[in-house]
Design a binder for this molecule. Structure first.
Ligand code: CAA
Length: 257
């Protein structure tokens, strides 16, 4: 049986994780989510990894939770679902994640894409929360993150009708930051990941954390968090290096110190 998660790198600081269940349109079963979670655990601990790209295939980023697996679980099985811990692990990853989305990103696939910090979509991408068609509802952030990304009206429409939106609409709505030809999506995501990987790691980590706080905090609290994070960076060697390099007209050499 082929490995359902391909792990490449890190190369130039970028780890590429490719979902690989082509026969099931990359439906997220427990094993694949577990592999993703383990890969992120390893990436978190590896200083050579500065950013991560998550990709799928040309036809599907991921077509949702594995419906066959889900059908075999009763209430207690869903309540004790080991995938909850995997989702939580993805959500607290501290390094930037860039999602390269081609084709279907539905249900858990859309939710996985929304765990990323930057979303790049191919022109053939389709984002949706079709769980309502199965008599269920999103359970991995599809009602919460989607509202924060695209606003309540569109999120409500997607979650209540189950209808998906195309890449152009996703761009207009702010769900993705760029749309490109499907054959370029992964390359584009890796390019962005490499750019991020060259920055000072502690500044990157605090920037990610601070931007994310904007969804959780009111403005005054968020500004206070940002100010504290900004102040912490004043104690890093990389800050000194960045400022020195600018003044000496050379490229900075950041060390994560
Ligand atoms: N789970 C398990 N298998 C899936 C799957 C899924 N989510 N999505 C697709 N597949 C399988 C199909 O069963 C099919 O397998 P077989 O060849 O063995 O029959 C194979 O992938 C190819 O799929 P289709 O033949 O259906 O391909 P298509 O191009 O005609 O249609 C599609 C593509 C519109 C995405 C359609 O497959 C589909 O509607 N999939 C289900 C999408 C969905 O409802 N996702 C939400 C799941 S629930 C969820 O995600 C909840 C949560 O996170 C908490």
């Amino acid at each position: 049986m082929p490995n359902n998660l391909l792990v490449e790198g890190p190369e130039e600081g970028v780890l590429v994780l490719t979902l690989n269940r082509p026969d099931a349109l990359n439906a997220l079963n427990t094993e694949m989510l577990g592999n993703l979670s383990t890969a992120l655990d390893n990436a978190e601990a590896d200083p050579k990894v500065r950013s991560v790209v998550i990709a799928g295939s040309r036809k599907a980023f991921a077509a949702g939770a594995d419906i066959n697996e889900m059908a075999a679980r009763n209430l207690v099985g869903i309540f004790e679902d080991p995938r909850i811990a995997h989702w939580e692990r993805i959500g607290r990853f501290t390094k930037p994640i860039i999602a390269a989305v081609n084709g279907f990103a539905l249900g858990g696939g859309c939710e996985l894409a929304m765990h990323a910090d930057i979303l790049i979509a191919g022109e053939n991408a389709r984002f949706g929360q079709p769980e309502i068609n199965l008599g269920i509802m999103p359970g991995a952030g599809g009602t919460q993150r989607l509202v924060r990304k695209v606003g309540e009206s569109l999120a409500m429409q997607m979650a209540l009708t189950g209808e998906s939106i195309d890449a152009k609409r996703a761009l207009q709505a702010g769900l993705v930051s760029e749309v490109c030809q499907p054959e370029l999506t992964v390359e584009k995501a890796i390019g962005i990941a490499r750019t991020v990987a060259r920055k000072a790691p502690i500044a990157v980590r605090l920037t990610k954390e601070s931007v994310r706080k904007a969804n959780d905090m009111n403005l005054a609290e968020g500004l206070r968090f940002e100010r504290h994070a900004f102040t912490v960076l004043a104690g890093t060697a990389d800050r000194q290096e960045g400022l020195d390099a600018f003044r000496e007209k050379r490229k900075p050499q950041f060390k994560g110190q």
